[in-house]
Design a protein around this ligand. Structure first.
Ligand code: NDP
Length: 324
Protein backbone atom coordinates (compact mmCIF):
# COMPACT_ATOMS: atom_id res chain seq x y z
CA UNK A 1 0.00 0.00 0.00
CA UNK A 2 1.09 3.55 -0.63
CA UNK A 3 0.39 6.24 1.98
CA UNK A 4 -0.14 9.92 1.21
CA UNK A 5 -0.23 13.00 3.41
CA UNK A 6 -3.69 14.42 3.88
CA UNK A 7 -3.04 17.83 2.33
CA UNK A 8 -0.54 19.73 4.43
CA UNK A 9 -1.44 17.87 7.62
CA UNK A 10 0.85 15.29 9.19
CA UNK A 11 -1.74 12.54 8.76
CA UNK A 12 -0.83 9.59 6.52
CA UNK A 13 -3.80 8.12 4.62
CA UNK A 14 -3.67 4.95 2.55
CA UNK A 15 -3.91 5.84 -1.15
CA UNK A 16 -6.89 3.47 -1.34
CA UNK A 17 -9.52 3.60 1.37
CA UNK A 18 -12.93 1.96 1.83
CA UNK A 19 -16.42 3.44 2.19
CA UNK A 20 -19.82 2.08 3.20
CA UNK A 21 -22.33 4.17 1.23
CA UNK A 22 -25.34 2.16 -0.17
CA UNK A 23 -23.76 -1.10 0.99
CA UNK A 24 -23.39 -1.31 4.80
CA UNK A 25 -26.70 -1.67 6.66
CA UNK A 26 -28.63 -1.91 3.39
CA UNK A 27 -27.47 -3.67 0.20
CA UNK A 28 -25.09 -6.18 1.84
CA UNK A 29 -25.14 -8.33 4.97
CA UNK A 30 -22.92 -7.73 7.97
CA UNK A 31 -20.75 -10.78 7.16
CA UNK A 32 -19.90 -9.40 3.72
CA UNK A 33 -19.20 -5.98 5.23
CA UNK A 34 -16.84 -7.64 7.73
CA UNK A 35 -15.04 -9.67 5.03
CA UNK A 36 -14.49 -6.49 3.01
CA UNK A 37 -13.18 -4.48 5.97
CA UNK A 38 -10.89 -7.31 6.99
CA UNK A 39 -9.52 -7.68 3.46
CA UNK A 40 -9.00 -3.92 3.11
CA UNK A 41 -7.16 -3.68 6.42
CA UNK A 42 -4.98 -6.70 5.67
CA UNK A 43 -4.00 -5.05 2.36
CA UNK A 44 -2.92 -1.85 4.16
CA UNK A 45 -6.08 0.27 3.95
CA UNK A 46 -6.13 2.50 7.02
CA UNK A 47 -9.15 4.74 6.34
CA UNK A 48 -12.82 3.71 6.56
CA UNK A 49 -15.41 6.27 5.48
CA UNK A 50 -18.91 6.68 6.88
CA UNK A 51 -21.68 9.26 7.45
CA UNK A 52 -24.71 9.78 9.64
CA UNK A 53 -26.84 9.68 6.49
CA UNK A 54 -25.69 6.25 5.28
CA UNK A 55 -28.62 3.84 5.76
CA UNK A 56 -29.99 6.28 8.38
CA UNK A 57 -27.16 5.56 10.82
CA UNK A 58 -27.22 1.77 10.31
CA UNK A 59 -24.01 1.91 8.29
CA UNK A 60 -22.17 3.39 11.27
CA UNK A 61 -23.70 0.78 13.60
CA UNK A 62 -22.51 -2.06 11.35
CA UNK A 63 -19.01 -0.57 11.04
CA UNK A 64 -18.88 0.04 14.81
CA UNK A 65 -19.75 -3.60 15.57
CA UNK A 66 -17.11 -4.81 13.10
CA UNK A 67 -14.42 -2.50 14.54
CA UNK A 68 -15.30 -3.76 18.02
CA UNK A 69 -15.22 -7.42 16.95
CA UNK A 70 -11.97 -7.21 14.98
CA UNK A 71 -10.28 -5.28 17.81
CA UNK A 72 -7.74 -3.45 15.67
CA UNK A 73 -5.47 -1.12 17.60
CA UNK A 74 -6.93 2.37 17.47
CA UNK A 75 -3.66 3.84 16.19
CA UNK A 76 -3.76 1.60 13.09
CA UNK A 77 -6.92 2.92 11.46
CA UNK A 78 -8.82 6.12 10.70
CA UNK A 79 -12.58 6.33 10.74
CA UNK A 80 -14.78 9.18 9.56
CA UNK A 81 -18.32 10.42 9.77
CA UNK A 82 -20.16 13.24 8.05
CA UNK A 83 -22.79 15.60 9.34
CA UNK A 84 -25.68 17.11 7.38
CA UNK A 85 -28.56 14.69 6.74
CA UNK A 86 -29.53 13.42 10.21
CA UNK A 87 -33.32 13.52 10.28
CA UNK A 88 -36.42 15.38 9.15
CA UNK A 89 -37.07 17.70 12.12
CA UNK A 90 -35.69 21.28 12.06
CA UNK A 91 -32.53 20.71 14.10
CA UNK A 92 -31.73 17.21 12.85
CA UNK A 93 -29.95 18.34 9.70
CA UNK A 94 -27.61 21.03 8.41
CA UNK A 95 -24.52 22.51 9.99
CA UNK A 96 -25.81 24.48 12.99
CA UNK A 97 -23.73 24.23 16.16
CA UNK A 98 -26.53 22.13 17.67
CA UNK A 99 -26.67 19.56 14.87
CA UNK A 100 -22.89 19.39 14.37
CA UNK A 101 -22.37 18.60 18.09
CA UNK A 102 -25.30 16.16 18.38
CA UNK A 103 -24.49 14.35 15.13
CA UNK A 104 -20.89 13.89 16.28
CA UNK A 105 -21.98 12.42 19.60
CA UNK A 106 -24.41 10.06 17.84
CA UNK A 107 -21.72 8.96 15.35
CA UNK A 108 -19.28 8.24 18.20
CA UNK A 109 -21.93 6.08 19.89
CA UNK A 110 -22.82 4.17 16.72
CA UNK A 111 -19.20 3.65 15.67
CA UNK A 112 -18.23 2.77 19.27
CA UNK A 113 -15.10 4.93 19.17
CA UNK A 114 -13.89 7.76 21.44
CA UNK A 115 -13.03 10.10 18.57
CA UNK A 116 -13.48 10.50 14.81
CA UNK A 117 -10.25 10.89 12.89
CA UNK A 118 -11.98 12.79 10.10
CA UNK A 119 -15.28 14.64 10.33
CA UNK A 120 -16.89 16.14 7.23
CA UNK A 121 -19.59 18.72 6.59
CA UNK A 122 -21.43 16.55 4.06
CA UNK A 123 -22.71 19.56 2.03
CA UNK A 124 -22.65 23.36 2.46
CA UNK A 125 -25.57 24.71 4.54
CA UNK A 126 -26.94 28.00 3.17
CA UNK A 127 -28.99 28.48 6.38
CA UNK A 128 -26.04 28.49 8.81
CA UNK A 129 -23.27 31.10 8.86
CA UNK A 130 -19.98 29.40 8.02
CA UNK A 131 -18.47 30.97 11.15
CA UNK A 132 -20.92 29.04 13.35
CA UNK A 133 -19.84 25.74 11.76
CA UNK A 134 -16.12 26.59 11.95
CA UNK A 135 -16.53 27.39 15.67
CA UNK A 136 -18.46 24.13 16.31
CA UNK A 137 -15.83 22.03 14.52
CA UNK A 138 -13.07 23.79 16.45
CA UNK A 139 -14.88 23.00 19.72
CA UNK A 140 -15.08 19.29 18.79
CA UNK A 141 -11.37 19.27 18.00
CA UNK A 142 -10.53 20.99 21.30
CA UNK A 143 -12.68 18.43 23.13
CA UNK A 144 -10.71 15.61 21.46
CA UNK A 145 -13.81 14.19 19.76
CA UNK A 146 -12.55 14.98 16.25
CA UNK A 147 -8.97 15.11 14.97
CA UNK A 148 -9.36 16.73 11.53
CA UNK A 149 -12.43 18.36 9.99
CA UNK A 150 -13.28 18.98 6.39
CA UNK A 151 -15.99 19.59 3.83
CA UNK A 152 -17.70 17.60 1.10
CA UNK A 153 -18.86 19.16 -2.16
CA UNK A 154 -18.31 22.73 -0.97
CA UNK A 155 -17.40 25.31 -3.59
CA UNK A 156 -13.84 26.67 -3.58
CA UNK A 157 -15.30 29.99 -2.42
CA UNK A 158 -17.00 28.37 0.59
CA UNK A 159 -13.87 26.44 1.56
CA UNK A 160 -11.81 29.62 1.20
CA UNK A 161 -14.29 31.46 3.44
CA UNK A 162 -14.05 28.76 6.14
CA UNK A 163 -10.26 28.89 5.98
CA UNK A 164 -10.29 32.70 6.19
CA UNK A 165 -12.61 32.69 9.23
CA UNK A 166 -10.50 30.07 11.00
CA UNK A 167 -7.30 31.98 10.34
CA UNK A 168 -8.82 35.34 11.46
CA UNK A 169 -10.19 33.81 14.70
CA UNK A 170 -7.14 31.63 15.34
CA UNK A 171 -9.24 28.44 15.07
CA UNK A 172 -8.57 25.21 13.20
CA UNK A 173 -9.82 25.34 9.62
CA UNK A 174 -10.76 22.54 7.21
CA UNK A 175 -7.93 20.14 6.35
CA UNK A 176 -9.63 18.20 3.56
CA UNK A 177 -12.52 18.15 1.11
CA UNK A 178 -14.41 15.07 -0.13
CA UNK A 179 -15.37 15.66 -3.77
CA UNK A 180 -16.59 13.32 -6.47
CA UNK A 181 -13.72 12.59 -8.85
CA UNK A 182 -13.51 10.07 -11.65
CA UNK A 183 -12.85 9.89 -15.40
CA UNK A 184 -16.35 11.23 -16.08
CA UNK A 185 -16.44 13.96 -13.42
CA UNK A 186 -13.34 16.13 -13.15
CA UNK A 187 -13.87 19.90 -13.23
CA UNK A 188 -14.07 20.72 -9.54
CA UNK A 189 -10.90 18.83 -8.59
CA UNK A 190 -8.91 19.77 -11.68
CA UNK A 191 -9.92 23.44 -12.06
CA UNK A 192 -12.05 24.96 -9.30
CA UNK A 193 -9.92 23.76 -6.37
CA UNK A 194 -6.58 24.48 -8.02
CA UNK A 195 -5.93 27.75 -6.10
CA UNK A 196 -6.67 25.90 -2.83
CA UNK A 197 -4.14 23.18 -3.61
CA UNK A 198 -1.55 25.85 -4.33
CA UNK A 199 -2.25 27.91 -1.18
CA UNK A 200 0.21 27.81 1.73
CA UNK A 201 -2.08 25.70 3.96
CA UNK A 202 -3.03 23.31 1.12
CA UNK A 203 -6.05 21.00 0.99
CA UNK A 204 -6.27 17.22 1.16
CA UNK A 205 -8.89 15.29 -0.82
CA UNK A 206 -10.63 12.00 -0.04
CA UNK A 207 -12.31 11.42 -3.37
CA UNK A 208 -15.61 9.54 -3.85
CA UNK A 209 -17.21 7.37 -6.55
CA UNK A 210 -13.98 6.64 -8.43
CA UNK A 211 -16.01 4.27 -10.64
CA UNK A 212 -18.97 6.65 -11.06
CA UNK A 213 -21.15 4.27 -9.04
CA UNK A 214 -19.93 1.30 -11.10
CA UNK A 215 -20.28 2.78 -14.63
CA UNK A 216 -16.49 2.72 -15.01
CA UNK A 217 -16.44 -1.06 -14.70
CA UNK A 218 -18.40 -1.39 -17.96
CA UNK A 219 -21.17 -3.27 -16.10
CA UNK A 220 -23.89 -0.92 -17.45
CA UNK A 221 -22.75 -1.11 -21.09
CA UNK A 222 -25.66 -3.40 -21.99
CA UNK A 223 -28.31 -2.15 -19.55
CA UNK A 224 -28.80 -2.43 -15.81
CA UNK A 225 -27.74 -5.86 -14.49
CA UNK A 226 -29.77 -7.47 -11.72
CA UNK A 227 -28.30 -6.94 -8.25
CA UNK A 228 -26.23 -3.92 -9.32
CA UNK A 229 -26.44 -0.52 -7.59
CA UNK A 230 -28.61 0.99 -10.26
CA UNK A 231 -31.06 -1.91 -9.91
CA UNK A 232 -31.60 -1.23 -6.17
CA UNK A 233 -35.17 -0.15 -5.36
CA UNK A 234 -34.08 2.95 -3.43
CA UNK A 235 -31.82 4.16 -6.26
CA UNK A 236 -34.51 5.71 -8.47
CA UNK A 237 -32.94 9.14 -7.81
CA UNK A 238 -29.59 7.86 -9.14
CA UNK A 239 -31.25 6.40 -12.24
CA UNK A 240 -32.99 9.77 -12.77
CA UNK A 241 -29.71 11.61 -12.33
CA UNK A 242 -27.99 9.42 -14.90
CA UNK A 243 -30.88 9.96 -17.33
CA UNK A 244 -30.69 13.75 -16.87
CA UNK A 245 -26.89 13.91 -17.12
CA UNK A 246 -26.10 16.53 -19.78
CA UNK A 247 -23.43 14.14 -21.04
CA UNK A 248 -26.26 11.73 -21.93
CA UNK A 249 -26.38 7.98 -21.34
CA UNK A 250 -25.25 7.11 -24.90
CA UNK A 251 -22.31 9.53 -24.89
CA UNK A 252 -21.25 8.27 -21.49
CA UNK A 253 -21.35 4.67 -22.70
CA UNK A 254 -19.35 5.41 -25.81
CA UNK A 255 -16.60 6.97 -23.67
CA UNK A 256 -16.71 3.97 -21.31
CA UNK A 257 -16.41 1.55 -24.24
CA UNK A 258 -13.40 3.47 -25.60
CA UNK A 259 -11.80 3.38 -22.14
CA UNK A 260 -12.51 -0.36 -21.96
CA UNK A 261 -10.46 -0.84 -25.15
CA UNK A 262 -7.46 0.90 -23.55
CA UNK A 263 -7.78 -1.22 -20.40
CA UNK A 264 -7.93 -4.40 -22.54
CA UNK A 265 -4.74 -3.32 -24.28
CA UNK A 266 -3.03 -2.97 -20.90
CA UNK A 267 -4.32 -6.37 -19.77
CA UNK A 268 -6.13 -4.87 -16.77
CA UNK A 269 -9.79 -4.33 -15.93
CA UNK A 270 -11.51 -1.03 -16.67
CA UNK A 271 -12.20 -0.64 -12.94
CA UNK A 272 -8.50 -1.00 -12.13
CA UNK A 273 -7.44 1.46 -14.82
CA UNK A 274 -10.07 4.00 -13.74
CA UNK A 275 -9.04 3.84 -10.08
CA UNK A 276 -5.33 3.99 -10.92
CA UNK A 277 -6.02 7.03 -13.13
CA UNK A 278 -7.49 8.90 -10.10
CA UNK A 279 -4.26 8.18 -8.22
CA UNK A 280 -2.17 9.82 -10.93
CA UNK A 281 -3.50 13.18 -9.70
CA UNK A 282 -1.10 14.31 -6.93
CA UNK A 283 -3.89 16.32 -5.28
CA UNK A 284 -5.80 13.12 -4.51
CA UNK A 285 -4.85 12.05 -0.98
CA UNK A 286 -6.98 8.90 -1.04
CA UNK A 287 -9.45 7.19 -3.37
CA UNK A 288 -12.41 5.84 -1.41
CA UNK A 289 -13.39 2.48 -2.89
CA UNK A 290 -16.89 1.03 -2.73
CA UNK A 291 -17.71 -2.66 -3.14
CA UNK A 292 -20.75 -4.88 -2.70
CA UNK A 293 -18.65 -8.07 -2.79
CA UNK A 294 -15.16 -9.03 -1.58
CA UNK A 295 -14.19 -10.06 -5.15
CA UNK A 296 -14.83 -6.48 -6.34
CA UNK A 297 -12.70 -5.11 -3.54
CA UNK A 298 -9.92 -7.59 -4.33
CA UNK A 299 -9.93 -6.42 -7.95
CA UNK A 300 -10.05 -2.74 -7.00
CA UNK A 301 -7.27 -2.97 -4.42
CA UNK A 302 -4.98 -4.28 -7.16
CA UNK A 303 -5.29 -0.93 -8.95
CA UNK A 304 -2.11 0.18 -7.24
CA UNK A 305 -0.20 -2.39 -9.33
CA UNK A 306 -1.67 -0.80 -12.47
CA UNK A 307 -0.43 2.70 -11.61
CA UNK A 308 3.05 2.25 -13.17
CA UNK A 309 1.40 1.25 -16.48
CA UNK A 310 -0.26 4.67 -16.85
CA UNK A 311 2.58 6.42 -18.67
CA UNK A 312 2.14 9.64 -20.65
CA UNK A 313 1.15 7.77 -23.82
CA UNK A 314 -1.62 5.83 -22.08
CA UNK A 315 -2.78 8.94 -20.25
CA UNK A 316 -3.03 10.77 -23.59
CA UNK A 317 -5.10 7.90 -25.02
CA UNK A 318 -7.39 8.05 -21.95
CA UNK A 319 -7.73 11.80 -22.41
CA UNK A 320 -8.75 11.32 -26.02
CA UNK A 321 -11.31 8.66 -25.08
CA UNK A 322 -13.06 10.86 -22.52
CA UNK A 323 -12.97 14.04 -24.58
CA UNK A 324 -14.74 12.45 -27.57
P1 NDP B 1 -17.69 3.60 -6.83
O1 NDP B 1 -17.95 4.66 -7.83
O2 NDP B 1 -16.39 2.90 -6.92
O3 NDP B 1 -18.90 2.56 -6.88
C1 NDP B 1 -18.85 1.41 -6.10
C2 NDP B 1 -19.88 0.40 -6.60
O4 NDP B 1 -19.57 -0.01 -7.93
C3 NDP B 1 -19.86 -0.86 -5.77
O5 NDP B 1 -20.65 -0.75 -4.60
C4 NDP B 1 -20.37 -1.88 -6.76
O6 NDP B 1 -21.79 -1.72 -6.86
C5 NDP B 1 -19.71 -1.42 -8.05
N1 NDP B 1 -18.36 -1.99 -8.21
C6 NDP B 1 -17.23 -1.63 -7.54
N2 NDP B 1 -16.17 -2.34 -7.96
C7 NDP B 1 -16.62 -3.15 -8.91
C8 NDP B 1 -15.98 -4.12 -9.73
N3 NDP B 1 -14.68 -4.35 -9.64
N4 NDP B 1 -16.75 -4.80 -10.63
C9 NDP B 1 -18.07 -4.57 -10.74
N5 NDP B 1 -18.75 -3.66 -9.98
C10 NDP B 1 -18.01 -2.95 -9.07
O7 NDP B 1 -17.72 4.21 -5.36
P2 NDP B 1 -18.96 4.66 -4.42
O8 NDP B 1 -19.95 5.43 -5.20
O9 NDP B 1 -19.42 3.48 -3.66
O10 NDP B 1 -18.20 5.66 -3.45
C11 NDP B 1 -17.13 5.19 -2.61
C12 NDP B 1 -17.29 5.80 -1.25
O11 NDP B 1 -17.20 7.23 -1.35
C13 NDP B 1 -18.63 5.57 -0.53
O12 NDP B 1 -18.71 4.32 0.10
C14 NDP B 1 -18.62 6.70 0.47
O13 NDP B 1 -17.79 6.37 1.56
C15 NDP B 1 -17.99 7.83 -0.34
N6 NDP B 1 -19.02 8.70 -0.95
C16 NDP B 1 -19.11 10.00 -0.50
C17 NDP B 1 -20.03 10.86 -1.00
C18 NDP B 1 -20.08 12.26 -0.49
O14 NDP B 1 -21.03 12.98 -0.80
N7 NDP B 1 -19.13 12.69 0.31
C19 NDP B 1 -21.01 10.44 -2.05
C20 NDP B 1 -20.81 9.07 -2.48
C21 NDP B 1 -19.84 8.26 -1.96
P3 NDP B 1 -22.79 -2.92 -7.33
O15 NDP B 1 -22.10 -4.23 -7.18
O16 NDP B 1 -23.96 -2.77 -6.42
O17 NDP B 1 -23.15 -2.59 -8.73
Amino acid sequence: MEYRRLGHSGLQVSALSFGSWVTFGSQIGDDTAESCMRMAYERGVNFFDNAEAYSDGKSEEVMGRILKKLGWRRDTFLVSSKVFWGGKLPNQSGLSRKHVMEACHAALRRLQVDYLDLYFCHRPDPHTPIEETVRAMNTLIEQGKVLYWGTSEWSAREIQEAKGIASRLNLIGPTMEQPQYNLLHRDRVESEYDPLFKSADGLGTTIWSPLASGFLTGKYNKGIPEGSRLAQKNMQWLRDMVEKDPDGWDRKLSKIKALGGIADGLGVSLAQMSIAWCLTNPHVSTVILGASRPEQLEENLSSLDVLPKLDSEIKAAIEEAVSE
